[in-house]
Design a binder for this molecule. Structure first.
Ligand SMILES: Cc1cc2nc3c(=O)[nH]c(=O)nc-3n(C[C@H](O)[C@H](O)[C@H](O)COP(=O)(O)O)c2cc1C
Length: 159
């Protein structure tokens, strides 16, 4: 079974978890990149702009992906939560790629309000297993509150 870990990380929190998974699971990693990058200096503008993310389900264009999904049976999706659901970057990936024949796992980083993040992913593909990882509200701290034990246990489960 070949595994692909697909993620988008705006401020770097999701990337922290990606690195933990990468250390323990033999997988290829695909970072999704919006064609027009979300700049960290625009944090508050982006928070304001995406307030209706849950209802509008807006997508953004992303860079062409440089892997052949046919090579993988197992996909791990990593997203942060933008206004109670997935980021527009991850949504674009899920809309454009059929994962129905794959075993799909997902984790989400957030500041405590997961909302319907996993439910939206499940509207695109079936999920085998999920993990919610809470970070502190101030993204600059890059500090997760979910225990290392819980994260490690999940990684073991999805191996
Ligand atoms: C536009 C925007 C909307 C957000 N909405 C939520 C939210 O609805 N619930 C929540 O718990 N955190 C929310 N956050 C916080 C992020 O989900 C959290 O900081 C996450 O760990 C960031 O991951 P990243 O650095 O990989 O992008 C939001 C952040 C941004 C930028």
């Amino acid at each position: 079974m070949k595994t692909l870990l697909v993620y988008y990380s705006y401020t770097g929190n999701t990337k922290i978890i990606v690195d933990m998974i990468k250390d323990k699971i033999d997988c290829d990693v695909l970072e999704l990149k919006p064609k027009t990058p979300f700049l960290i200096d625009d944090y508050q503008e982006i928070v304001d702009e995406y307030q209706s993310n849950e209802s509008t389900k807006k997508c953004v264009e992303i860079e062409a992906i440089n892997v052949d999904l046919n090579d993988y049976d197992k996909i791990i999706i990593g997203t942060s939560v933008w206004w109670y659901t997935i980021t527009p970057v991850v949504r674009e990936f899920l809309k454009k790629n059929d994962l129905s024949k794959k075993k799909v796992y997902a984790f989400a980083t957030n500041a405590g309000w997961l909302g319907r993040t996993f439910k939206e992913i499940e509207s695109y593909c079936k999920l085998e297993n999920t993990l919610n990882i809470q970070f502190t509200e101030d993204w600059r701290e890059h500090t997760y509150l979910t225990s290392d034990e819980e994260i490690s246990k999940w990684i073991e489960e999805i191996k």
